[in-house]
Design a protein around this ligand. Structure first.
Ligand code: FES
Length: 102
C-alpha cells in the first residue's frame, strides 16, 4: 500500500505502508519527528492531520476519545488524529497533509 503525505513545508512524500500501520508512526518515523509526541495516547495533539473531504470519507469514524481531543484542538472538518488511524487495504493511496503546529 501507499500513502501520500504533504509535510508542514509543503513537500510531498510517498510512503510505503502495510496493513495495521498507524499513520502517526509512519509520519513520525519518515517525515516529521515532531509528530506524535505522546506516543499515541491522545494527549498531545501533535499528530493532527488534514484530509480532503473525499479522503476523509474513506476513514472509519472517530471514537469518542479522539472526538474529545479533536474538539479540544478546535479541529476542522477533515482533521483527524494520525495516531488513531490505521492503514487497511481499503485506504491504499490515501493522501493527507500534516496540520500546522498549534
Ligand atoms: S500522538 Fe499524541 S494525540 Fe496522537
Amino acid at each position: 500500500m501507499k500513502l501520500t503525505v504533504t509535510d508542514r513545508e509543503g513537500a510531498v512524500h510517498e510512503l510505503p505502508a502495510q496493513a495495521d500501520d498507524v499513520l502517526m508512526v509512519l509520519i513520525r518515523d519518515r517525515v516529521d519527528n515532531a509528530v506524535g509526541v505522546c506516543g499515541g495516547v491522545i494527549s498531545c495533539g501533535t499528530c493532527l492531520v488534514q484530509f480532503e473531504p473525499e479522503e476523509a470519507a474513506r476513514l472509519q469514524p472517530a471514537f469518542p476519545d479522539e472526538l474529545e481531543m479533536l474538539e479540544a484542538l478546535d479541529a476542522r472538518p477533515g482533521e483527524r488524529l494520525g495516531c488513531q488511524v490505521r492503514m487497511v487495504p481499503a485506504l491504499d493511496g490515501l493522501a493527507l497533509t500534516v496540520a500546522p503546529e498549534a
